[in-house]
Design a protein around this ligand. Sequence first.
Ligand code: PLP
Length: 430
Amino acid sequence: MNINRSKELYREAEDHIVGGVNSPSRAYKGVGGGTPIFMDKAEGAYFFDVDGNKYIDYLAAYGPIITGHAHPHIAEAISKAAYNGVLYGTPTKLENKFAKMIKEAIPSIEKVRFVNSGTEAVMTTIRVARAYTNRTKIIKFAGCYHGHSDLVLVAAGSGPATLGTPDSAGIPTSIAQEVITVPFNDIATYKDALEKYGDDIAGVLVEPIVGNFGIVEPKPGFLQEVNDLAHEAGALVIYDEVITAFRFHYGSAQDIVGVEPDMTAMGKIIGGGLPIGAYGGRVDIMEQIAPLGPAYQAGTMAGNPASISAGIACLEVLQQEGVYEKMDQLGAMLEEGILHHAETYKLPVKINRLKGALTVYFTDVEVENYDQAEATDGEMFAKFFHLMLKEGINLAPSKFEAWFLTTEHTEADIKETLRAVESSFKALAS
Ligand code: PLP
């Protein structure tokens, strides 16, 4: 495969853009480096790069592109918005329509606010929880990513239920000390954390179905206990559904796990590919926010007509009959095929899949928490990633990410992908 033009463009990018990329994982550091492929055009399930190569895409831009690239219904909506003016700085009726759609799909959301990214959405839920409870600390779960705001960019401490240490330079230790990180799916450690710090906890932040150390579902009863114990301690529960909202069905992960949080943060899919975030929840909590309450949050671009139009159009596509069933079927076909080839070539592979999202781990151990995901074979994943890319399959460049099916993938795409998997596994096994 010739990627000469990508190589040239990457060299040029490195001269002008920090690290040559505008988001670090795009630089392939998670898969041992290499030249990031510069894409030129995307349509449906496919990418076309600057050297004329075609790829089947499972990155889906890290999740938002659930209806495939350049979906005509969304493209039309964006185009119409462009000609009507993309930014007003005034309210629009589009925002009312979209707010109603979100509320109908996610009943725990009584009031909503639109922002510009998942990071902003989560960051603000924490501020609101702090304002509501008059407390400062939060509990989060190891390996769950909640955007790059100071408070959530905190790794697990050396032992369980310890105060956090910053995960990035530039975050004061004093801020990290406001965060307690505990392992996902481990109720005992969570209980310990609440016993120790309970009176200071404003909120418990969790991805109800994890997407950031692969797709990991909660153990039965885990999230109910998380809720009950948080509420007993006087803390709010915040679900980060930036990946999961509208991912598995027309609604949220809270329907699937059967537990309602106090607040929910969203992003990705609800923008139809344009920048968006949203958060919502119980009305008495949401009314803490300006202009009604003392917690301030604002945004020049918030609720802009382009993103809202794309979001409405995306949800309209997802309302169509059978779209989620199809992604589930293709996901199952992919899972079965990959496991079959892994057995043939005697490779240690485990797959966590929910509907049209799956993670392929190189390991013998079931992955239920971050430590187990971390212990999977990253070198083998890196080799697999590059082999697949050469075969024309674009995966996320990290062993911790999911493969995302879209409404546009076909059985033929899955067969072609499985052919590439077989060839890559054969190379890995030799
Ligand atoms: N929360 C979760 C669960 C995410 O996966 C992400 C991004 O990947 C974010 C929050 C941050 O969203 P954004 O990148 O839109 O700021």
